[in-house]
Ligand binder design. Structure first.
Ligand code: HEC
Length: 134
């Protein structure tokens, strides 16, 4: 049997957690991590189309890099070092140059689903280039 005091503690904790979440959402807006719905699976062929339109100008044909953006076929961009979340955040928030001196990446207006397709496309290129083994 729980005592009245214990129930009160549980209730206060619940209220605290709920209002905490509300504050968090108001502070950061909807979908702050820019992720697609759980279970969404990227399609590399769709990703290639999105990539050509939104990323290729800087990251180059087949993600091999240009003077405006790094190649994404380097070890540092393998899943163990730049997880998929890093791609979503890069597109949503932009990136301050920290690995290269090719300037900053601006934030881009690409949906979380389309970014997930691009990630799948880039991971396939990385596997082909031997950056990591699936
Ligand atoms: C205007 C040029 C430009 C465009 C367009 C662009 N990028 Fe970038 N991107 C950069 C630069 C510059 C960097 C920063 C390199 C550094 O760290 O010095 C970067 C970094 C990144 C990184 C690494 C982020 C990190 O945490 O270090 C990822 C991932 C990335 N870009 C993905 C994308 C994707 C996906 C697209 C298309 C949807 C895209 N970029 C479009 C220029 C661009």
């Amino acid at each position: 049997m729980r005592t009245g005091l214990e129930w009160m503690a549980v209730a206060l904790l619940a209220v605290g957690l709920l209002s905490g979440c509300e504050r968090e959402e108001r502070a950061t807006g909807a979908n702050p991590l820019h992720l697609p719905p759980p279970g969404f699976i990227g399609d590399g062929r769709k990703g290639a189309v999105v990539y050509r339109k939104n990323c290729q100008g800087c990251h180059g044909v087949d993600a091999t890099g240009t003077a405006q953006g790094p190649s994404l076929l380097r070890d540092i961009y393998a899943p163990g070092r730049h997880a998929n979340l890093a791609f979503h955040l890069a597109v949503k928030n932009g990136v301050r140059a920290h690995h290269d001196n090719k300037g900053d990446m601006p934030s881009l207006d690409v949906s979380p689903e389309d970014v997930e397709h691009v990630i799948q496309y880039v991971r396939e290129l990385q596997v082909k280039a031997g950056v990591f083994k699936p």
